[in-house]
Structures are given as C-alpha cells and as structure tokens.
Design a protein around this ligand. Structure first.
Ligand SMILES: [Cu+2]
Length: 162
C-alpha cells in the first residue's frame, strides 16, 4: 500500500516539475525611464512585456516614488500625433508587447530625487490575472548636461584643483 502511494507522489512530482519547466512565463524587462530634462514636464517609460501561458492584460503600473503615472498611446489623428490614455493593454499568451517611443508609453510625473540619485525607479506591473511583477527601471537622463555631472565624481574633475 505505501509503495503504491509513493509511486503516485513521485509521478505527481514529475508532472509539476514539467509544468514549471516549460512554456512561457509572464515577465517584464528592458524597463527604462527617460527622465525629462525640464523640471515639471513628464518623463516617459518604456518596457517589453513577455506574455505567459494565458492571455492577460496589463491593468496598471505603479511606483511609490512618483507623483503620477499613466499608460498612454501615441496615435495619428488627421495627420497629427496625439496621445490617448490607456486603461488596459492586452498581453496575448506567448507574445511580446513593447512600450516604445512613438507608440505605447508610460507618462510619469514627479520622479523622486532618491530614485534619480540611485538611477533606478522601482515599479510594479499589475496584470488582470493578479500577477504583480516588480522591476527596477533604469533612469536615463536625456538631453541635459545633468547626466554628465552625476557619475563623474573621480579623476578628471576640473574643480578638484580648487
Ligand atoms: Cu504620453
């Protein structure tokens, strides 16, 4: 009798292992925040979402260290580029969904100075199946001289002579 049971448990274990080991896993990577060079203007966020075994939707993106974050899409209307707010974004099973310049993007207001100094923004992506995926997005300073001063604190500094 006990022999039988252990065989059943063993075969169950194999089934679980194989279920974990194959197929697509819902995940988010290549998360980037392009910090606005103008104080008060929104920054933009981009990422790649990899669909899992089931069709889901991205329903929200949140971060503790921002004032406000929205999902947007740039669409052309009467020859003009316009932005519209998205309430959810479909992520079909096994497919890649990209947020990228000129298309879907995150609009981010008020990125905290702590995150800016650290160079990363901790974000949580919330999906319709209740999956919550936490990713540290890389903050990039774009179009400003501020980016140069932040990470050059040794050797070649001009004012180290003073
Ligand atoms: Cu926008």
């Amino acid at each position: 009798m006990t022999k039988h049971l252990s065989i059943i448990f063993a075969s169950l274990a194999v089934i679980f292992l194989s279920a974990c080991g194959q197929g697509d896993v819902l995940r988010v990577d290549e998360v980037v925040v392009n910090l606005s060079p103008v104080d008060g203007n929104p920054s933009s966020g981009y990422m790649t979402i990899h669909g899992g075994p089931d069709d889901v939707s991205l329903v929200s993106v949140i971060a503790d260290d921002v004032m406000r974050m929205e999902m947007h899409e740039t669409v052309e209307k009467d020859g003009m580029a316009q932005m519209q707010t998205l309430t959810e974004v479909a992520v079909p099973a096994g497919e890649k969904v990209k947020f990228e310049p000129g298309g879907k993007h995150l609009m981010i207001w008020g990125v905290g100075s702590g995150s800016i100094q650290r160079g990363t923004l901790r974000m949580i992506f919330i999906f319709s199946n209740d999956d919550r995926i936490q990713v540290d997005g890389v903050i990039r300073q774009v179009g400003g001289a501020a980016a140069e001063t932040a990470d050059e604190d040794d050797t070649t500094d001009e004012d180290s002579a003073s």
